[in-house]
Design a protein around this ligand. Structure first.
Ligand code: GAL
Length: 667
């Protein structure tokens, strides 16, 4: 099997004479897969029920003759103007009641039966015509579901929301109980009285909001299934995917993953962002985890600049290469781009392509070509697993609920998760993500960052994990509410209280408006973690047996416990009542026995990573200066010093002596 290399190919934007050149150049750069037809609905069905497939037949034939496989899109991502004009009720409405119109893309309400019917019909035509085509190796359903329109507030969405609620609760009495509608006189006499949570005078019902988030994610998933099922009806074994967007808030990818044959992801780190590579690593770890370690596909990245940031930084060739290897090292079996040939018109004309405006003379083309020619060295890694020592719970419902307005502070779920991941990334320790309620197996540590919404069963599963000998680290606000958004009456941590040997007394979030105090308000000290700073959050604890590892030294709670540890049967449960700075996080993780693979000075700001996949170990330098990385690997007799060029990638087969260039490994 081969690493897939290629990108979105939009031949409909070009005259036919360019197609021959496209294919020749694709062959010259070892492109072996293209995603075809993502935005071609208007070209395929120029008016209702009138289809023009000739051009697609032609290009598929040419790609097939060149040995290039096709990830064929269902072409439903951007409805043609005739559909929106004839059926204006398919247009989405935002939370301020504004109808979003044509002229960009994704202008459809995910709940619209008319949109879904037309999308299904087009998919059926595509499947009947191309399902058996020798070039078609996989199907690409729609595109980045919810990227622009993940929540719709139109009348149809309101009707569909009511239907969804009725299916969930059966009786309106059950809904009233679950939503706590006796607060502010919100009791509903029938499902017909319920609306989508659009513009309101003030704070909305948190339980209603949480259900609306679930509903909206489910509606997007229903759109995916609307098309995926058509493909599978005819070709049950077809490879079917849709491109995810990393840590995307609009869709709970845990619930989507079982419906995809293979996970695929689009990733656009800002080349100017020094933390961009670490954030990309986190998305890649999530993608690998969504199907329990199964390899995934990097479906889109930019060859150089993107076009939708305030400042669209150039991505130097070596940086593009480093990010591409990162994806492979973290479980991708492909390196793909948006898009093959840079557009000359349209809203993304300044987003570079594999073949940019400057053509084959350009630096970025040469980088794309060089990479295409060297990736073959890693073909033997396809499907190889990426072992991880740490698992981290990631929970979309906690993300949604924690970031609603009616909460104890202005909290950022992703920030907390990201900072734990970053600490481990900096230590060279690979992380798997797991769902709340999963039974973690084979990890040295399980981290539960701010699992705000959790059921008793999910918290019990963590307790069982500890009692079975596991090591657990839980952070502030976990288990505060159940899955209906109701605050727990048995103490905010619920069943985890016993595991952790403490209870929460009172919340004491730190000030955000007084910038002098933010981030420096509370100083932590303690034998295990030394002193440092924390920010964002604090709370007073009632200790019921846990050891206090660190206290707040100043701020509003001097002397109050900040980090605790509790031995329970064969396991250990740690609690962190605040948001730690990066140095403290790393020290605490070391205190949990996680020996860093990357040995780094505390004040080092290097963005370098170590990650192993299958039999190969990678060291990747994401900085534009050369780095010497010190590695302390359990399987090496002594500490090693590895030199890595600016944006350099070195690797070796495990057990061989030296790190070298990618071409030097024998997989
Ligand atoms: C993705 C999308 C592509 C293209 C790309 C570059 O989000 O799937 O169609 O727009 O971004 O912006």
């Amino acid at each position: 099997m081969k690493i897939s290399y290629g990108g979105d190919y939009n031949p409909e934007q070009w005259d036919q004479e360019k197609w021959e050149e496209d294919i020749e150049l694709m062959v010259s750069t070892n492109v072996n897969l293209v995603t075809l037809g993502v935005f071609s609905w208007a070209r395929l069905e120029p008016s209702e029920g009138v289809f023009e497939f000739g051009w697609l037949d032609d290009i598929l034939g040419r790609l097939d003759a060149a040995g290039i496989k096709v990830d064929l899109a269902t072409a439903t991502a951007s409805p043609p103007p005739w559909l929106s004009r004839r059926y204006p009720e398919t247009l989405p409405v935002n939370d301020q009641g504004v109808t979003l119109t044509t002229g960009s893309r994704q202008h459809y309400c995910p709940s619209s039966p008319i949109y879904r019917r037309h999308a299904r019909e087009l998919t059926r035509m595509m499947v009947d015509r191309y399902g058996g085509h020798p070039a078609v190796s996989m199907w690409h359903v729609n595109n980045e579901f919810g990227c622009h329109t993940s929540r719709c507030f139109c009348e149809q969405s309101a009707r569909s929301f009511r239907t969804w609620l009725e299916a969930k609760y059966t009786t309106v009495a059950a809904l009233n109980e679950s939503w706590g509608t006796s607060f502010w006189s919100q009791s509903y006499a029938s499902f017909d009285e319920i609306s989508v949570p659009g513009a309101t005078p003030t704070w909305k019902n948190p339980s209603q909001l949480l259900d609306f988030e679930r509903f909206s994610s489910d509606e997007l998933l229903a759109c995916y299934l609307n098309e995926a099922n058509v493909i599978r009806e005819s070709y049950p074994d077809a490879q079917v995917t849709t491109n995810f967007m990393g840590l995307f808030k609009g869709a709970d990818y845990w619930s989507w993953a079982p419906h995809l044959s293979i996970i695929s992801d689009d990733n656009y780190p800002d080349p100017h962002d020094v933390g961009g590579a670490a954030a990309a690593a986190m998305s890649r770890d999530l993608m690998r985890s969504l199907k329990s370690g199964q390899s995934w596909m990097l479906m889109e990245q930019a060859a150089s600049a993107i076009s939708w940031l305030p400042v669209n930084a150039r991505k130097p060739p070596q940086q593009m290469r480093a990010l591409s290897y990162q994806a492979i090292a973290r479980g991708s079996d492909s390196v793909m781009y948006f898009q093959w040939r840079q557009s000359e018109r349209g809203a993304e004309r300044f987003l570079t392509g594999m073949l940019p405006h400057t053509g084959t003379r350009s630096t970025s083309w040469r980088a794309v070509q060089t990479l295409g020619n060297e990736l073959g060295a890693l073909d033997a890694m396809v499907t190889a697993p990426v072992p991880a020592r740490v698992a981290m719970v990631f929970d979309w419902e906690s993300w949604w609920s924690l970031e609603e307005d009616a909460n104890p502070a202005n909290l950022d779920y992703l920030r907390e998760v990201t900072q734990w991941h970053r600490a481990l990334f900096d230590m060279g320790i690979t992380v798997d993500f797991i769902q709340a309620g999963a039974v973690p197996e084979g990890y040295d540590v399980v981290i539960v960052p701010t699992l705000f919404v959790a059921s008793d069963g999910e918290l019990k599963a963590l307790d069982d994990y500890v009692r079975g000998g596991g090591q657990l680290l839980v952070t502030y606000l976990s288990g505060t509410t159940d899955r209906t958004a109701r605050v727990r009456q048995d103490g905010y941590l619920g069943p985890l209280s016993q595991t952790l040997g403490l209870a929460i007394d009172e919340f004491a979030p730190m000030a955000v408006d007084a910038s002098a105090r933010y981030g420096t308000a509370a100083k932590l000290s303690g034998d295990l973690v030394g002193s440092g700073f924390s920010s964002v959050w604090a709370e007073t604890l009632l200790i019921d047996g846990a050891d206090v590892v660190a206290t707040f030294d100043d701020g509003e709670l001097p002397g109050s416990p900040a980090i605790t540890r509790n031995n329970v049967e064969d396991g250990v449960a740690w609690y962190v009542a605040t948001s730690l700075d990066s140095t403290l996080r790393r020290r605490l993780l070391k205190a949990l026995g996680l020996i860093p693979v990357i040995v780094r000075a505390e004040d080092s700001d290097a963005t370098v990573e170590y990650v192993g996949r299958g039999d190969v170990e990678f060291v990747i330098n994401h900085d534009q200066v050369a780095r010497t990385v010190t590695l302390d690997l359990p399987h090496s007799p002594s500490v090693e010093h590895v030199e890595v060029d600016p944006f350099g990638v070195v690797c070796r087969s495990r057990g061989t002596a030296a790190f070298g260039s990618v071409g030097s490994i024998s997989t």
